[in-house]
Design a binder for this molecule. Structure first.
Ligand SMILES: NC(=O)c1ccc[n+]([C@@H]2O[C@H](COP(=O)([O-])OP(=O)(O)OC[C@H]3O[C@@H](n4cnc5c(N)ncnc54)[C@H](OP(=O)(O)O)[C@@H]3O)[C@@H](O)[C@H]2O)c1
Length: 341
């Protein structure tokens, strides 16, 4: 099958389009025929091996998984003998290993049924960003004042919609080019951080970008407000954007304000909750651009450049299982059947 492959950490141009065997599902795994795969910062971290502390989990010298990509939408091709939640033909979305390929393996607990009415491209935009936003927003009540910093990006576009759907008054922080997008997602006020300072008082601040000092963010937070630290690129090579997290936890012990570092994992239950919001019409993925599989390196570079609106998605041509994906039939003429290496 065709896949993006990566043999060492480095910039996007080190990724190449290659041929690798179709992975075989283990007893508790699902083989997904990939129709579309999302691009998010997790992929960038795994590609670069930065911050360095992450290599303890991704692989010390080179990436443990040769094929990058996590967020996926596709059709179940085969399941291991212990998998009962899915069967071949099911349309699913969630998190897989090696999603930038024609087939990828996933754990059933990280997959869910694809929302009705969404294309595979739209569904692939959801998992990591949507689940992170769901966790960050938590329970908002009508009239809550919510600030989303980085509202025009992947996580922010979902957080803005989820908070607005909960009845909150959302102030979106973004650059000039994304003001129209965030308003269309439900933000009632927009602060263009390139032209004006952040002002106001908020019950909830979702901090996704910019790594502003905690003191500045706490100054914008109500006395019993909640600050969720989701992300922010940059920082040192060793710890990147993680530097503020220990201080936030200590401050939270002594303050009425609640400072919360977030580490989100994509779980089936959250994907089911998001499907409910999407099918109810409250949330829709904001897909800004799509790319062919071969252009995955460009997609990741565009994400890192920071000017992509909403979510970026890689679309993967469908391929007959068992074929090489080069448009030719197998030697024995088989066009369909169980995928094999
Ligand atoms: N904690 C978790 O579990 C978790 C999960 C997913 C992602 N993350 C992290 O969250 C961060 C964002 O991820 P993402 O996928 O949403 O990235 P993204 O799509 O690039 O979105 C980030 C947005 O922030 C905006 N931005 C950049 N600098 C800013 C600044 N100084 N002030 C305000 N906004 C600024 C960017 O556009 P404009 O500048 O044009 O407005 C962009 O739209 C990353 O650091 C990622 O690693 C964490």
């Amino acid at each position: 099958m065709r896949a993006i492959v990566q043999d060492e950490y480095g910039p996007p141009h080190r990724l190449t389009l290659g041929e690798v065997p179709v992975p075989a599902p283990g007893a508790e795994e699902v083989l997904v025929r990939v129709h579309a795969a999302g691009v998010d910062y997790g992929v960038w971290h795994l590609m670069t091996g930065l911050p360095l502390v992450g290599r303890l989990g991704f692989g010390l010298r080179r990436p443990r998984n040769r094929v990058p990509g996590m967020d996926v939408a596709g059709t179940v091709e085969a399941v291991g003998p212990h998998v009962t939640a899915f069967r071949p033909g099911d349309e699913v979305y969630g998190e897989a290993t090696g999603a930038y390929a024609q087939f990828a393996l996933a754990r059933p607990g990280r997959l869910a049924r694809k929302p009705a009415g969404l294309s595979f491209t739209e569904a692939a935009a959801i998992p990591t960003s949507g689940v992170t936003a769901l966790r960050a927003v938590g329970r908002v009540t009508a009239g809550d004042r919510v600030m989303v910093i980085g509202a025009g990006g992947g996580v922010g576009s979902f957080a803005t919609q989820l908070a607005a759907a909960g009845g909150a008054h959302v102030t979106a922080v973004c650059s000039t080019a994304k003001a129209d997008l965030v308003r269309s997602l439900g933000a009632q006020a927009v602060i263009d951080y390139t032209r004006e300072p952040l002002t106001g008082t908020y019950d909830l601040i979702i901090d996704i970008a910019g790594r502003r000092p905690l003191a500045l963010l706490r100054g914008l937070l109500a006395e019993r407000g909640r600050l969720v630290l989701v992300g922010g690129e940059g920082g040192g090579r060793w710890f990147g954007g993680l530097g503020r997290l220990p201080a936030a936890q200590v401050i939270s012990l002594f303050s009425r304000q609640h400072l919360e570092p977030l580490l989100s994992l994509t779980r089936a239950a959250d994907l089911d909750t998001l499907r409910g919001h999407i099918e109810a019409g409250a949330v829709r993925p904001a897909v800004g651009r799509t790319y062919a599989l071969a252009d995955a390196p460009t997609a990741i570079a565009d994400l890192a450049a920071g000017n992509a609106p909403g979510k970026l998605v890689i679309t993967v041509d469908s391929v007959e299982p068992g074929s090489t994906g080069d448009g030719k039939d197998d030697e024995d003429g088989t066009e369909t059947g169980t995928p094999r290496p």
